[in-house]
Design a protein around this ligand. Structure first.
Ligand SMILES: Cc1cc2nc3c(=O)[nH]c(=O)nc-3n(C[C@H](O)[C@H](O)[C@H](O)COP(=O)(O)OP(=O)(O)OC[C@H]3O[C@@H](n4cnc5c(N)ncnc54)[C@H](O)[C@@H]3O)c2cc1C
Length: 428
């Protein structure tokens, strides 16, 4: 039986980054993934500007730049029929560096991560599905695996990191996932060629029956992701539902006039969920296994890379002190929550806004009238400005009131409970 320092379940962004951070500190790791690479993934396919330094540290940036990825200048947003409002990422607050987000197909990005693992000499076992965790004295000490030939295998290590994404084995085995089936969403995604998107922005369109995120991911390749209530898709043929819904919006119709689908329409359950604290030692969760917010703000890859960085630091300390107990896990979870909590709250506020046409239109009007507010928000969404700047009662009221100014009446606002909106988004 092999003995490793750390077993990592999943070779997505979170698992690969954790492996690279740990290996660079001298730990012996193995990465297990049920898939064979390259494999595809439904995603908006743009990566927050704040991820650049982490990708640099992981030694990935040169390989990414060689693919000549698209660089997005910011976010373009249109709500319920408004014209699109383009908001540039503001310069970095510390050194005034111009900021952009990387945009490239996940098929390419995830494959570059896996190649980086191999290049670094990290053991990656593809087509290895983890079926269960192994416990000793209440702590996780290994995993039960089936290889590509369905042969059972047992691997042991001092620590197990579950980077298995939204259906990770730890979430299922320890019953850690909390989500509401009432809000079940589905994301349908496809690449298009021949589109006429006039700019290099991540373009968010909010209009019934849901919203779309569009971004160029190559020279003549546009990624269009549609997120809708999953009930709407039941019994419908996927491709016709997707194209009908995408083309039902006049702006999108304009951008996609003459464009054709390249490849199939793919689907993924897009339910947001929270995750309860890990109740045992020996196990850390990273990436989507720690929770998932609706993809409207598209920052899961950055959060995955950053949680891997934090996990690397905490695990290094754990190995130095030979402590793998639940306290180590709690220390990591505390660090992660402290850093991401406000950001999650902001994402939940935006979730509530986008499904409220009255409020949503006013917020977009406010952002158009007040470029400073708009850039502040986009800088926070880009993960390089502190979320505290915008997750406040003051910011919310200021934004919504600014959106009302050009209108004659304020009647719609009178009964709106701003405090309730903030509180419901931040129940902790
Ligand atoms: C519709 C949609 C749009 C999105 N758009 C964006 C965006 O534009 N930008 C952005 O930054 N983020 C976006 N995200 C989020 C982003 O895709 C995720 O946050 C990111 O992929 C999480 O990475 P991960 O490594 O945690 O998990 P994953 O990328 O899901 O990787 C998990 C890996 O674990 C493997 N695995 C799972 N279980 C097992 C097992 N039992 N045994 C072995 N292997 C296992 C899987 O095969 C997989 O390779 C979007 C998500 C959705 C749903």
């Amino acid at each position: 039986m092999n003995r490793y320092d750390v077993i990592i379940i999943g070779a997505g962004p979170a698992g690969c980054a954790t492996a690279l951070f740990l290996q660079s500190r001298g730990y012996r790791v193995v990465v297990l993934d049920q898939a064979r690479f390259p494999r595809d993934k439904v995603c908006g396919e743009f990566i927050s500007p704040a991820a650049d330094p982490i990708l640099e540290e992981l030694g990935l940036m040169d390989a990414i730049e060689q693919t000549q990825p698209v660089r997005l200048r910011g976010v373009a947003i249109s709500a319920y029929g408004n014209e699109a409002l383009c908001i540039d990422y503001p310069p970095h607050p510390q050194d005034a560096r111009p900021m952009t987000s990387l945009s490239l197909p996940r098929f390419v990005f995830d494959h570059l991560l896996v190649k980086r693992l191999r290049h670094a000499g990290i053991e990656l076992r593809e087509a290895h599905k983890v079926d269960d965790l192994i416990f000793e004295n209440g702590s996780v000490v290994g995993v039960k695996v089936r290889d590509g030939d369905q042969a059972p295998l047992t691997l042991k290590a001092r620590m197990v990191v579950d980077a298995g994404g939204r259906n990770s084995i730890a979430l299922r085995r320890l019953n850690l996932k909390q989500g509401s089936a009432r809000q079940r969403k589905i994301a349908l995604a496809a690449h298009w060629t021949g589109a006429q998107l006039p700019h290099n922005y991540c373009t968010m369109h909010i209009s019934p029956p849901g919203y779309t995120g569009m971004a160029r991911v190559g020279d003549d390749l546009l990624n269009v992701v549609l997120v809708v209530d999953s009930k709407l898709v039941k019994g419908r043929e996927r491709t016709s539902f997707y194209t009908e819904a995408v083309l039902s919006n006049p702006l999108r119709r304009k951008y996609l006039a003459g464009a054709v689908l390249k490849g199939p329409v793919r689907a993924v359950d897009s339910l947001s969920y929270r995750v309860k604290p890990v109740p045992c030692g020996g196990l850390l969760l990273v990436g989507d296994a720690t929770g998932f917010i609706d993809p409207f703000t598209g920052e899961g890859i950055y959060l995955s890379l950053r949680s891997a960085q934090l996990a690397g630091e905490v695990l290094d300390r754990a190995f130095r002190s030979k402590q793998f107990s639940r306290e180590v896990v709690q220390r990591y979870e505390g660090l992660r929550l402290r850093e991401f909590h406000k950001k999650f709250t902001l994402s939940r506020i935006l979730q509530r806004l986008i499904y409220n046409p009255w409020l949503c239109r006013r917020v977009v009007t406010a952002l158009a009238a007040n470029p400073d507010l708009a850039q502040q928000l986009v800088g926070v969404l880009g993960d390089y400005m502190p979320a505290e700047q915008v997750v406040s009662f003051r910011f919310l009221v200021k934004t919504i009131l600014a959106g009302l100014r050009p209108q004659s009446g304020k009647r719609g606002c009178k009964n709106f409970d701003f405090r309730r909106l903030l509180k419901s988004a931040d129940p902790e």
